[in-house]
Ligand binder design. Structure first.
Ligand code: SAH
Length: 340
């Protein structure tokens, strides 16, 4: 029996046709689930009894469970328990322009980036579509507030779970679903080239963010294992194709690690890489974790890095520091729960 939140509107339309019902029933179900937020077939009052029974036979509406919420001034962190007792987390950030949510795409992660807490525990499994959709639904229910943007930057590598992540995006983006505009949805990847190429062919205006974190192969391979498979030259060749094909600006994420990748030489090398590209750099202050030795760069060093990029005409922003008091770095809350 499948969870109903796995289903795109078109999938439900196909389903209803296959059981000899009219296509528009799919819209009725979507309306109950996503507009009225009614999570039981028996309460969907415009459906006939026998159809309710049939739906209950074919689908469940099981919900993942919020087990902990840690609140800070401008961030909240949700720990969810899945039906197989695995844990994932989402981080909510309150901006003056709205509320954004950072969702997880896998239980753990196999990318093994040296500085990242999520990768320390390895991937247990991919999330199914419904487990991502429900992160959004349950947070909206809890906050009694609409979410305005979604970043797929929580635990996991979204491109290692491509089909479910794309399904998730199509559901939350759909007018009749949660209706979050594609331009308000960002996928962040460590750089899995074949999936970047695949994303180019999708008729979806979502944003792409690349976790670069180093301007040369020697350093990047030390920090990110994926660089040994898809190196910087190959990655940038693909990114240039992506920009040309989609006409969209990409984001380059760069976590500044003290004494590792935050020198002026690194900034100059990064500027060289990005010269003339429709891209902007988001400098991310590192969230230190107890289990990993990297330290965050000093404010002064980050500002100098920023200045060097600016002077070289590279668009750059420094990410506001969110939630370091509440273990908001990817995977920190989950690993505490798992290792207790
Ligand atoms: N796997 C995807 C998405 C999840 S990680 C990716 O690599 O992009 C989301 C972002 O958080 C990545 O840029 C990642 O490198 C960064 N990150 C991981 N641990 C961090 C930490 N402790 N502090 C700050 N950023 C971190």
């Amino acid at each position: 029996m499948e969870n109903i939140f796995n289903k795109k509107l078109e999938d439900l339309q196909t389903y209803f046709l296959s059981i000899g019902q009219k296509k528009y029933k799919a819209l009725q179900i979507y309306d109950w689930l996503y507009k009225k937020r009614v999570f039981a077939f028996a309460k969907m009052t415009n459906l006939k009894k026998d159809l309710i029974l049939k739906l209950e036979e074919d689908f469940n509406i099981d919900l993942i469970e919020i087990v902990k919420v840690q609140k800070d001034k401008d961030t909240s962190k949700y720990l969810f328990k899945l039906s197989d007792n695995n844990y994932i987390e989402s981080v909510v950030m309150f901006h003056d322009y709205g509320v954004s949510v950072c969702v997880s795409s896998q239980v753990g992660c196999n990318m093994g980036c040296a500085f990242c807490e999520s990768g320390r525990l390895k991937k247990v499994r991919d999330l199914q579509t419904y487990e991502m959709v429900e992160q959004i639904l349950l947070i909206e229910e809890d906050l009694k507030q609409r979410i305005s943007s979604v970043v797929i930057m929580g635990i996991g590598e979204p491109f290692d779970n491509y089909d479910n992540v794309l399904n998730f995006i199509k559901i939350i983006n759909h007018d009749k679903g949660i209706a979050i505009g594609a331009r308000h949805i960002t996928i962040s990847t460590c750089g899995i080239i074949p999936k970047i190429q695949k994303l180019m062919t999708e008729p979806l205006q979502v944003n792409l963010a690349i976790s670069l974190h180093a301007p040369n192969n020697e350093l990047r391979s030390k920090l990110m294992k994926i660089n040994k498979v898809y190196d910087i030259e190959a990655l940038f060749k693909t990114l240039k194709e992506y920009i040309k094909k989609t006409n969209r600006r990409i984001t380059i994420e760069y976590v500044t690690l003290k004494g590792v990748n935050d020198s002026k030489a690194c900034a100059l090398e990064l500027a060289g890489l990005l010269k003339g590209m429709n891209a902007y750099v988001n400098l991310i202050p590192y969230n230190e974790t107890n289990n990993i030795g990297f330290k965050k760069s000093d404010k002064k060093t980050i500002l100098a890095f920023y200045d060097t990029l600016k002077k070289n005409k590279i668009n750059v922003t420094i990410r506001r520091e969110f939630g370091s008091n509440i273990d908001a770095a990817c995977g920190q809350l989950r690993s505490k729960e798992v290792e207790r």
